[in-house]
Ligand binder design. Structure first.
Ligand code: NI
Length: 169
């Protein structure tokens, strides 16, 4: 396993929709291991393959402690409700913004063994997966933030119940 460099938002590969994964070979398995390690090292809760420069449809997420999720070729099949929450991004360091996301989603994908999976998630895990799926489509949260949040304001709002998340994803 090895740490990979996380690209920042002016890198053009982040703007190109990723390719579907056709073969789960050892290069893909190594990439997934490296993405998980890189996500944890950066203290992020999600990472898309193109954020480390590989234009493939793979995301990893850490929606809770000791929980790791690997989704290959994810597709959103069902979405319900909407919720505003604060997001940051490992590729857009130091910036945060309010983003409207579906509250509850059903996603189909392959797991890292290539087995088809279908998961239903809501709240923060849904937000993380939607943010990463946007990365895979070449979209950054700054494209759709309804409002960017000043870091000072973020500190003062952390007391508020309104804030659902401020993690970098
Ligand atoms: Ni991100």
């Amino acid at each position: 396993m090895a740490l990979r460099q996380i690209l920042n938002n002016n890198h053009p590969v982040l703007r190109i929709p990723t390719q579907e994964v056709k073969k789960l070979n050892s290069a893909v398995q190594n990439l997934i291991d490296d993405m998980i390690e890189t996500m944890h090292e950066a203290e992020g809760v999600g990472l898309a393959a193109n954020q480390v420069g590989v234009s493939k449809s793979i995301l990893v997420a850490c929606p809770g402690q000791d929980q790791e999720l690997v989704l290959i070729n994810p597709r959103c099949e069902k979405a319900e409700g909407e919720e505003l929450g604060i997001e940051g991004c490992l590729s857009v360091p130091g910036e945060y913004g309010q983003v409207l996301r579906y509250q509850k989603i059903t996603v189909s994908a392959l797991d890292r063994e290539g087995k088809p999976v279908r998961i239903e998630v809501e709240g923060l895990p849904a937000r993380i997966i939607l943010h990463e799926m946007d990365h895979l489509a070449g979209v950054l949260f700054t494209d759709k933030a309804v409002r960017m949040i000043d870091p000072e304001e973020l500190k003062s709002e952390q007391q508020s119940d309104e804030i659902k998340s401020e993690e970098q994803i």
